[in-house]
Design a protein around this ligand. Sequence first.
Ligand SMILES: [Zn+2]
Length: 208
Amino acid sequence: MKINSSSVPIKRFHIDPQSGTAFSIKQGQIIRIIDVEGEQVSDLFCFAKDEIQEHLSSGHTTDYNGKLFLSKGDTLYSNRSNPMFTIVADQVGKHIMLYAPCSQMMFEKSYGVTEAHPNCLDNLVNNLKSYGVQASQITIPFNIFMNIEIDREGEIKILSPMSKAGDYIELRAEMDMIVGVTACSAGSCNNFEWTPIDVEIYSGDGKL
Ligand SMILES: [Zn+2]
């Protein structure tokens, strides 16, 4: 089942700039992640609902898709080789699953920050801890809207996201899951502005 203009979400979440949220989702339901103002990265990490040892895996996703840039038709895999999400719609066309969530340590090491800095790792952990998730269980999230270029030597340049205000990606859940989503707090990957992310959940072909 496809979402159309008359579809009504069964749940919505508004993620304030530099914060996050977490929720559970059933197989067949569809998450729409919306870049409200444009040029905003969102990290998503997920676990199998009944088996927290099974989680999103960058390595497996890269292997089975055979590419680094992900878009409509691609599937996100778990560390046990099971499909977790399929990208069923995408208004941007390029997303990656390469970078660890930004963290206090990253801001200290890479930018010399000494004060506490909002970050995706804390925002994932703080929202997912009620489901029993700890920081050490969060590996590489799906870096939604993140835009990079890779040259022939493998060097990576971080660019501003290509997403414009209101652009979205839709992910169909391939199993029951616990999901954490952020509005990223880092600098260059968000063109140095921090804006909100909206999340809508649709019943899709699943049960409510
Ligand atoms: Zn971040």
